[in-house]
Design a protein around this ligand. Structure first.
Ligand code: NAD
Ligand code: UFG
Length: 336
């Protein structure tokens, strides 16, 4: 039997785009997702885009029996681990839910991987593990001190993976710290589809442009930045997913390693710059109102992506215009 990649959380935003890339590269894939924040229809759309088949199991990473079955019967050789909860605000209000889903879920998964001798994993971490620093350009040596529960869960999982690697050199592990993923597949078939009111800037802007929301609330214009709004390193989802395939390829070829890399573009944009770019590509006016700063927001941070560029021979290619164009195409088509 061919060996397969297990993609946890493969029906979600980043997972589904990476699934497209994996299938296009010829990987055999099994998706495990409990659909708590995604829809089955997304997976049908992945099939329409790629014209390729893959297996899907609806299930939870905290369910060791499902994992045992998968590792016993499906010839898995590597795992891409996207499954997790990601809403920063919710994580502060419901810490147990976050520790249980993200940390406990990862422990159950890692234990079953170890038992099945599957020791190759790419993990979705986040730039939020860094917290606040005086220098806005974060490289991987920037100390980690997350300021919210969500970020703490990511750092705990990273540390568990480091400890596992220290105890058993046969593991190959890629820790990918994403900056701000945005955009959608260029087909307009899949994209980010928040079930609730969007927390993140670009999905909110897109919904305002589409007339689904009246105006954008800008969280503060008194930051020490050029126009007073927060600046972030937005990275196109297709660039982010390509990096995953490179990371997987790297750990499959270079056994017994653990690496940590930032995935970003290396430059930041302000809220006003994003609004202007979106207005240009959509031809829509984005009404806004400046309100209080959002608790926990930082003025600016962006990636030093040079390590990922060197190690994975990868670079983010898509610019802010393409990020807005693809988001807008997806928003206009978004009926799921
Ligand atoms: P998403 O919510 O769209 O996707 C996560 C998927 O995991 C969903 O399909 C959900 O149903 C599934 N899932 C959640 N808990 C599960 C469980 N216990 N068992 C099985 N499936 C489960 O989120 P996303 O934006 O695609 O994020 C993917 C990963 O990347 C997450 O781990 C997230 O924390 C991380 N990340 C996201 C961002 C971002 O801005 N989107 C930034 C940094 C890191
Ligand atoms: N913003 C607004 N109005 C909104 C939403 C956002 O003004 O309605 C502003 C924020 O204040 C910030 C910028 O737009 O200045 C970006 O905010 P996002 O919520 O889009 O992104 P964050 O950087 O706050 O957080 C994101 C993810 C986190 C992840 C972090 C780092 O939501 O999960 O990037 O990777 F941890």
């Amino acid at each position: 039997m061919e060996s397969k990649i297990l993609v946890t959380g493969g029906a979600g935003y980043i997972g589904s785009h990476t699934l497209v890339k994996l299938l296009e590269e010829g990987y055999d894939v099994l998706v495990l997702d409990n659909l708590s924040n995604s829809k089955l229809e997304t997976l049908d759309r992945v099939t329409s885009i790629t014209k390729k088949k893959f297996e899907f199991i609806k299930g939870d990473i905290r369910d060791k029996n499902i994992l045992k079955e998968i590792f016993k019967n499906k010839s898995i050789n590597s795992v891409m681990h996207f499954a997790g909860l990601k809403a920063v605000g919710e994580s502060e209000n419901f810490p147990i839910k976050y520790y249980e889903n993200n940390v406990l879920g990862s422990i159950v998964l890692l234990k079953e991987m170890a038992l099945a001798e599957v020791k190759t994993i790419v993990f979705s971490s986040s730039a939020t593990v860094y917290g606040q620093h005086s220098n806005n350009r974060y490289d991987e040596k920037t100390p980690t001190k997350p300021i919210n529960v969500y970020g703490k869960t990511k750092l705990i999982i990273e540390n568990i993976l480091r400890d596992i690697k220290n105890s058993d050199d046969n593991w190959s592990i890629g820790l990918l710290r994403y900056f701000n993923p945005v955009g959608a597949h260029s087909s307009g078939f899949i994209g980010e589809n928040p079930k609730e009111k969007p927390n993140n800037l670009l999905p909110y802007v897109a919904q305002v442009a589409a007339g689904l929301r009246e105006k954008l609330f800008i969280f503060g214009d008194d930051y020490p930045t050029v126009d007073g709004t927060g600046r972030r390193d937005y990275i196109h989802i297709e660039d982010l997913s390509s990096a995953h395939v490179r990371a997987l390829d790297y750990i499959q070829k270079n056994k017994n390693i653990l690496f940590t890399v930032n995935l970003g573009t290396g430059r930041s944009y302000s809220v006003f710059e994003m609004i202007n770019a979106f207005e240009k590509v959509s031809g829509k006016k984005i009404p806004f109102k400046v309100v209080e700063r959002r608790i926990g927001d930082l003025a600016e941070f962006y990636a030093d992506p040079s390590k990922a560029e060197k190690l994975l021979d990868w670079k983010a290619n898509f610019d802010i215009k393409k990020m807005c164009e693809d988001t807008w195409r997806w928003q206009k088509n978004n009926i799921i």
